[in-house]
Design a protein. Structure first.
Length: 115
């Protein structure tokens, strides 16, 4: 449930930034490092889960974190690319929310596996 809330929050933040035409990414080393750490974590989690829904979710999160890392590091990116990356970021966060809900609703019943 927590992952749904977090992804929904970042989807809202992306939408809010786009709605006021704020397409810029922060370009300091701390943000680049943070994006990179989250990308490595998402890749590691994707390799550890067995369910294809969860694997797809972590693959989308990996793509999102990699996108953030690249555009935080790329200070001379053209404005049209930055705008499209910000729009892609919103799409990826929305897909992450959708997949989180699907994974939550379709998880196996633990009582059925206990017997």
């Amino acid at each position: 449930m927590g992952l749904i809330v977090v992804c929904a929050y970042f989807a809202y933040k992306s939408y809010a930034a786009i709605s006021i035409s704020d397409y810029e990414w922060l370009h300091d080393w701390w943000d680049i490092l943070t994006w990179a750490v989250w990308a490595v974590l998402a890749a590691g989690l994707a390799s550890e889960v067995r369910c294809w829904r969860e694997r797809l979710l972590f693959a989308i999160l990996f793509a999102q974190f990699l996108l953030g890392c690249v555009f935080s590091a790329w200070t001379s990116a053209r404005f049209d690319l930055v705008r499209e990356a910000r729009e892609l970021s919103l799409i990826l966060w929305c897909l992450a929310v959708l997949l989180s809900v699907i994974a939550l609703l379709n998880r196996p019943n633990s009582d059925a596996h206990a017997s």
